[in-house]
Design a protein around this ligand. Structure first.
Ligand code: ATP
Ligand code: MG
Length: 331
């Protein structure tokens, strides 16, 4: 890592003022896409993806994640603004940049009648830079990487969704990559399949590959990503290290008690907003005032308190704090 950015024989550099920042693998400035129908899918996006990060691109359905990824990969033209990938402008430098980028966008295109291995052999032979003499070795290594060696001879149409996703990843990994762009890599997978993809992403990241992955699942991003950006309705709401994003939101006050109804009443009297009772747990928005007083009020009112504290804020808390809405809103 850390070598100079990809060069093209024409030597075309990035325009002044829009160069990718130091160590930024992806940098967009005011990136905007309005579809022909008039839909403003991405609206003035400034995105900075640091080298070596596992970057979560988070947003509910229809928030513009796939549209952004398609612009980054040079598949569609932005309406305005710029996108740099590996320091080069897209889509103009697509031919120089894309060989260094593995992508999996909205489910891989596979030939169902071919085996997993034959699908990869086909992908590899479609790559003019791939040496045919080492093709079988490359394909075997990619299958091994994603844990599909044992199932390599099976027809792809007989693969489970998770196996298909892994085969798509294997195709993206046929060549050494600096960047992997994965659009909802765990979409439709069961918890076991999701865990497997997460483990794989972590392993790739530890090899120094920057991974940019989109998801509409907050806890997934929290589990695997070092950095994240949150989108809503085509606009970037926030971005940064995951720990900082969550820390920006105040956590929820949580009281564990055998007297939840009384506790809820006292908490409301104490100015705690959004009080929610779930079994023996009562939670609410932590108030500005000294929490010792809130605790004392509970005890004075005869509420038996087993547990009292502010839970670490999650990304979901941050999202709700930033947008004032729940996460599963449709775009
Ligand atoms: N080809 C297209 N033509 C017109 N509008 C489109 C097109 N593709 C997407 N859109 C619209 O652009 C907006 C953003 O869509 P996009 O697919 O980028 O969202 P997304 O965040 O990837 O959503 P999801 O989580 O459902 O995959 C949506 O309102 C969508 O309806
Ligand atoms: Mg999408």
């Amino acid at each position: 890592m850390g070598e100079a950015s990809v060069r093209e024989p024409d030597g075309a550099g990035a325009e002044p003022g829009v160069r990718a920042g130091d160590g930024a693998v992806i940098a967009t400035r005011a990136l905007t896409k309005r579809y022909r129908g008039g839909q403003l899918a991405v609206d003035g996006l400034h995105l900075t993806v640091p080298e070596g990060s596992v970057f979560g691109f988070l947003g509910p359905n229809g928030s513009g994640k796939t549209t952004t990824i398609r612009m980054l990969m040079g598949l569609i033209e932005p309406t305005s603004g710029t996108a740099h990938v590996l320091g080069r402008p897209m889509p103009r430098s697509a031919r120089a940049v894309l060989p260094h980028v593995g992508a999996l966008i909205e489910g891989p295109a596979l030939y169902g009648f071919l085996s997993g291995r034959d699908n990869l052999l086909r992908y590899d032979s479609a790559d003019p830079t791939a040496d045919p003499r080492t093709r079988r070795v490359r394909v075997a290594a990619a299958l091994d990487r994603v844990g599909l060696t044992a199932a390599a001879g099976k027809k792809a149409k007989a693969y489970s969704l998770g196996m298909k996703q892994r085969l798509g990843l294997a195709a993206a990994l046929l060549q050494p990559r600096r960047l992997l762009v994965l659009d909802e890599p765990t979409n439709g997978l069961d918890p076991q399949g999701m865990r497997e993809i997460r483990t794989l992403v972590r392993a790739l990241a530890s090899d120094g590959i920057t991974v940019f992955l989109s998801s509409h699942l907050l806890d997934e991003i929290e589990q695997v990503c070092t950095h994240a950006a949150v989108m809503a309705q085509g606009r970037l709401i926030t971005q940064g290290p995951v720990a900082d994003l969550a820390a920006g939101a105040r956590g929820r006050l949580a009281v564990t008690t055998p007297d939840p109804a009384d506790a809820a009443r006292v908490l409301k009297e104490q100015g705690v907003a959004d009080v929610v009772v779930a079994g023996d747990r009562v939670t609410g928005e932590a108030p500005e005032r000294d929490l010792a007083e809130v605790n004392a009020a509970l005890v004075t009112a005869g509420v038996r308190v087993r547990g009292f504290g502010v839970e670490r804020a999650s990304l979901e808390d941050a999202f709700v704090a930033l947008t004032g809405e729940g996460f599963d809103v449709a775009g």
